[in-house]
Design a protein around this ligand. Sequence first.
Ligand code: NAP
Length: 259
Amino acid sequence: MDYITSTAALSLLLGGLGVFGLFRLLQWMRMKAYLRSAVVVITGATSGLGRECAKAFHAAGAKLVLCGRNVEALEELTRELAASPASQGKTHRPLTVAFDLADPESIAPAAARILQCFGHVDILVNNAGISYRGTIADTKVDVDRRVMEINYFGPVALTKALLPSMVTRRQGHIVAISSVQGKISIPFRSAYMDKNTAQGRSPAEVAQEVLAAVRKKKKDVVVADLVPSLAIYLRTLAPRVFFSIMASRARKERKPKNS
Ligand SMILES: NC(=O)c1ccc[n+]([C@@H]2O[C@H](COP(=O)([O-])OP(=O)(O)OC[C@H]3O[C@@H](n4cnc5c(N)ncnc54)[C@H](OP(=O)(O)O)[C@@H]3O)[C@@H](O)[C@H]2O)c1
């Protein structure tokens, strides 16, 4: 009797795993097919992560609208993608829309031009952003305003301008690229150009993570090594410990190099 019960339980477990595996496979195939013809808008496509996202989504077959301010860099990327091996007859030639996220007046006309490119938008990747390093006391409010305009208000305005068409079609993804520093604050920096960047993930690796996250419809993905990932949990679970580590780090970084 016991033998029969455990065999039945094992069959049930294996059956359940099989159904789950099949479900995940079907889900993956559906997303792969969706990306093959999805209209993907990438801001900040002229360099770094945005450029790598453009390559990754282009290789996946998406119809791209590439954004940035630098028209020449956008055109050069378009030519590069069109000539890439992934393009051989299977991909769509990317289109470009140049505008300045810091200029509130330019967002609505840019959104209209974006929508004209392929008629709709399936995925908006809000990637463009600037960084800054400095102490709070030495940083002029104008700098804070500019960072917020480009990294926050510009993307919010663009998202709001594109959202109604997504709602009408009952389809759309919005991807917000931020930093670990969007979750925790680190002394002296919202900057990414410090020594940690060189040791971190390459933009090409992160772009693949972004593509995978969209495919799996993940809500929140942290692409970071162990220490920053742990710091995010520490900030929530043990804030006192987190702040004392950060205070000690700030003291160390404030010391002149030769002392
Ligand atoms: N690099 C890192 O280590 C790191 C780490 C964590 C998170 N991130 C995040 O990843 C994203 C990309 O970072 P990245 O290092 O790849 O940046 P990046 O190489 O400096 O590229 C920034 C992009 O943003 C665009 N941009 C800047 N100002 C703009 C404006 N006023 N209007 C429109 N576009 C503007 C630039 O295009 P134009 O010059 O053509 O305008 C450029 O394509 C950012 O959101 C950043 O916060 C980066």
